[in-house]
Design a protein around this ligand. Structure first.
Ligand code: ATP
Ligand code: MG
Length: 420
């Protein structure tokens, strides 16, 4: 038997996992500063939750969901995205009743989409996302966007841009919808079967089609911008004003259509502009979803959020040549020679760790030279050497690897010496 990791998934190996932890730590600490609290929801939900919210005509629901029937004959789906589960939880736990509104939440964890594998596109990938639910203040749109931008900046990325659009409210979208149907209907046979289905159900989706991207009718399609009603335009102006106040630059793209059905008003993406980055340049997508809570049986609760994938963030860092290189090093490596020294070493090791010092010793019964090599590889800041003489005298040889200085230290004074 020869087992392999399933197609479209990957093992995060120990020489890389620390980079993931680094990103998660940065993202969590930024959420903390913005007063967002973590929420953890299950990895699977009722299939209908995604069908209703993400939308029947989207790629996710039509082609990408991992859906299965459980032993109780219920249709379940591995979550393809995080917003619907979070809003489901918001409604179920009546968070709209919390004294402090909006309710500001973040999540991280694996998402599942049955997609064709390519660079930056996996079947299991990890999203970090934020949702602010309960406020329709345009300032919160700017807050959420700023938070997302700050995560990237804190990781060291600089070749990124924010692309912004407004999808308007229902009235604006309905007007635009009619215009789109009128535009595409006469030549709809020239489009793929998905688009033909979308025409009546959700013509906006046609603009997001990956197959018919080059069709001449795509570029001449009626723009949402021309169909925003007064209220929607005013809202969009306020969001832009808050972004200006925060000093966040953006590019307006009237053709930016987000992949999911539930968005309205503000829609945005953060993209990598690095030359080294592949064809997929979107790192993060987000937007406002004012009707979503009602859609799943809750009271009106306007929300906005975003999701980014850690895979693409790390790829973007690599493309910019800014991948993390400062893997945490070891504080102390213990070299022991002989059985008595090993026992003494084990006792000291336990104390070092009690004091929070990242430390290690040899468990392979190797010669001194091989142990020293390990200490080097692990970039130990200090090496402690214990032989028979040291055991008898109750001392150790302590070597500072930065300056090469070595001295004899009594075991009782070791901790004080290391803390200097
Ligand atoms: P795309 O147009 O690339 O398919 P999407 O619109 O499906 O993206 P969203 O649902 O908005 O993506 O998800 C938010 C973010 O999650 C994306 O911007 C991207 O960074 C990431 N993402 C989406 N799908 C994948 C995937 N299959 N593998 C890795 N990351 C992904
Ligand atoms: Mg997609």
């Amino acid at each position: 038997m020869n087992f392999k990791v399933p197609r479209g998934t990957q093992d995060i190996l120990p020489d890389v996992s620390w980079k993931w932890q680094r990103v998660e730590k940065i993202a969590r600490s930024i959420c903390d500063v913005y007063n967002y609290k973590e929420i953890r929801t299950p990895i699977f939900e009722q299939t209908e939750l995604f069908q209703r919210t993400v939308g029947d005509t989207t790629d996710i629901v039509q082609k990408e969901m991992y859906t299965f029937t459980d032993r109780g004959d219920r249709s379940m789906t591995l979550r393809p995205e995080g917003t619907a589960p979070v809003v489901r939880s918001f409604v179920e736990h009546k968070m709209f009743g919390y004294a402090d509104q909006p309710v500001k939440l973040y999540y991280t964890g694996p998402m599942f989409r049955y997609e064709r594998q390519q660079a930056g596109r996996y079947r299991q990938f990890v999203q970090f996302g934020v949702e602010s639910i309960g406020s329709a203040d345009p300032a919160i749109d700017a807050e959420v966007i700023e938070l997302a931008m700050n995560i990237y900046k804190k990781t060291g990325l600089s070749d990124i841009k924010l692309v912004l659009n407004s999808l308007g409210d229902k009235e604006s979208r309905d007007a635009h919808r009619e215009a789109l149907i009128a535009h595409f209907s006469p030549r709809i046979e020239e489009f793929c079967s998905d688009c033909q289905n979308r025409l009546e159900k959700n013509p906006l989706r046609i603009l997001d089609c990956k197959v018919d991207r080059e069709h001449p009718l795509m570029t001449t399609a009626p723009s949402l911008a021309d169909y925003l009603n007064e209220e929607s335009s005013a809202y969009f102006e306020k969001v832009k004003n808050y972004l200006n106040i925060a000093g966040i630059e953006y590019e307006y793209d009237p053709n930016l259509v987000r992949g999911l059905d539930y968005y309205n008003h503000t829609a945005f993406e953060i993209m990598s502009t690095s030359k080294g980055f592949g064809a997929i340049t979107t790192l993060c997508g987000g937007g406002r979803y004012n009707g979503l809570a009602e859609e799943i049986g809750g009271p009106p609760a306007p929300g906005i959020g975003f999701a980014l994938s850690i895979e693409r963030l790390l790829l973007a860092l690599e493309a910019e040549g800014k991948s993390f290189t400062d893997e945490p090093s070891l504080d102390v490596y213990l070299v022991t020679l002989g059985d008595a020294a090993r026992e003494k070493g084990f006792e000291i090791l336990s104390k070092l760790r009690d004091n929070g010092l990242r430390s290690e010793m040899d468990y392979m019964d190797r010669k001194m030279k091989a142990q020293m090599k390990s200490a080097d590889r692990l970039q130990a800041n200090h090496v402690i050497v214990i032989g028979e003489d040291e055991v008898n005298e109750n001392v150790v040889q302590l070597k500072n690897m930065a300056d090469g200085e070595q001295k004899k230290v009594a075991v009782d004074e070791l901790m004080g010496e290391l803390k200097k």
